[in-house]
Design a protein around this ligand. Sequence first.
Ligand SMILES: [Zn+2]
Length: 179
Amino acid sequence: MHSKPNVDRGHMFECPTCDSSQVYTETVQHKFTYGVGDTAVDLTCQLPVRVCENCGGRFIDEVGEMVRHETVCRHLNRLTPGEVLRIRENCGTQAAFGELTGIGEASLSRWETGASIPSKAYDCYLYLLTYPENLHRLQAQASRLRSESEAPRAHQFQCIQITEARLSQQRCFSLRRTA
Ligand SMILES: [Zn+2]
């Protein structure tokens, strides 16, 4: 009835309970419930479980947590942390991506580490950015806005330059008036 567990001894881990370094990985079919009430669903994934040969302890670490998180993302039809990371890295750093898209670095960090899942709106936005032409549109828009915001500054700079001359003109003018 039970299929033979998939055991991996290629990389051994340390046991957090007994400090033994004889902890191997067993990949098991894992069923868990996501959601509450009417929206609760049973999801299934292939979960890597760390098993200690010394004390018999069984553990799920961050790799297992990520497998569960990705299963939830797929169920919700949202981008997984790895997919968000790849989309963002096309643009460079989180700061550069945030500057272009308006998406905060804190949000990016949470999605990339799996601490939270993008909302439907953000998921759609990020999905559209997987198309290079959409990224290019945003970049073109950003450089247009930059050049527009530089134009009035150049104008102000011209005004300041001629202020000195105008000031002395005004002084002469006011002297004449009071004379
Ligand atoms: Zn142990």
